[in-house]
Design a protein around this ligand. Structure first.
Ligand code: SF4
Length: 221
């Protein structure tokens, strides 16, 4: 279990799943570069970031910018949306609402569904926070993509949960040691907002022996 002093930003887990160096540049070295994609993403989030604004449609209550914390993961942040869905069985009792409710996290993303699991990892981390906070089990959540206007279901299977815990563990290890992994130039670098700071084409293949050794040691963390 982590303490309050150890908590890292939950939203960083999507960066970590995309590229560990990108996460470290943002969260360890505090570097950031806005490009079109991050700006558009921010605008999409602005609509869902009014703290705790809620509305009710039928048997679903929508909470926006829902605060989250997990001491198992050592992460803190917010869910874009948590839907409370009325249920006759199971669920939780919530102050201010009669009956029992299932909790369903929804993460909003610009663009369309990606070929990797970074978005699923983020919404699963949100669910693990909610499970810890409310002592419940959450079987699935959703991702909403702004470009395609599609909502995609994400099942929180054991393998995905294990990936979340492993990413969180490594994030804490790298953060504690202040390690920024070295760049590895791949096709996804072309869409990375930090490419001008990271310089993967310049650095890949021109690595000093000491940095190479550090990178090899980091792989074993
Ligand atoms: S440019 Fe490539 S290696 Fe560098 S941070 Fe971005 S994705 Fe990672």
């Amino acid at each position: 279990m982590y303490s309050d002093d150890d908590l890292l930003m939950l939203s960083g887990i999507q960066h970590f799943a995309f590229c560990k160096r990108q996460w470290a540049l943002i969260h360890v070295e505090q570097q950031w570069a806005e490009n079109v994609k991050t700006t558009e993403g921010n605008h999409l989030h602005e609509r869902v970031d009014d703290p705790m604004e809620s509305d009710k449609r039928g048997k679903v209550i929508t909470y926006r910018a829902f605060p989250l914390i997990s001491y198992q993961l050592g992460l803190i942040g917010r869910a874009d949306v948590v839907e409370l869905i009325y249920t006759r069985e199971g669920g939780v009792l919530l102050e201010g609402h009669e009956g029992r409710w299932l909790l369903h996290p929804v993460e909003y993303k610009r663009g369309k569904q990606k070929p990797d699991d970074r978005d699923a990892v983020q919404v699963c981390a949100q669910a693990i926070c909610l499970e810890e906070m409310f002592n419940i089990e959450i079987p699935n959540g959703s991702l909403f993509y702004g470009e395609t206007r599609r909502r995609v279901n994400v099942d929180f299977k054991l393998e995905l949960r294990q990936t979340v815990f492993e990413h969180a563990r490594r994030m804490h290890e790298l953060f504690e040691k202040g390690i920024t992994p070295l760049p590895v130039y791949k096709s996804h670098c072309k869409s990375c907002s930090l490419i001008d700071i990271c310089l993967p084409q310049n650095l890949s293949g021109k690595i000093k022996a000491s940095d190479y050794l550090r990178n090899e040691l980091e792989k074993d963390l």
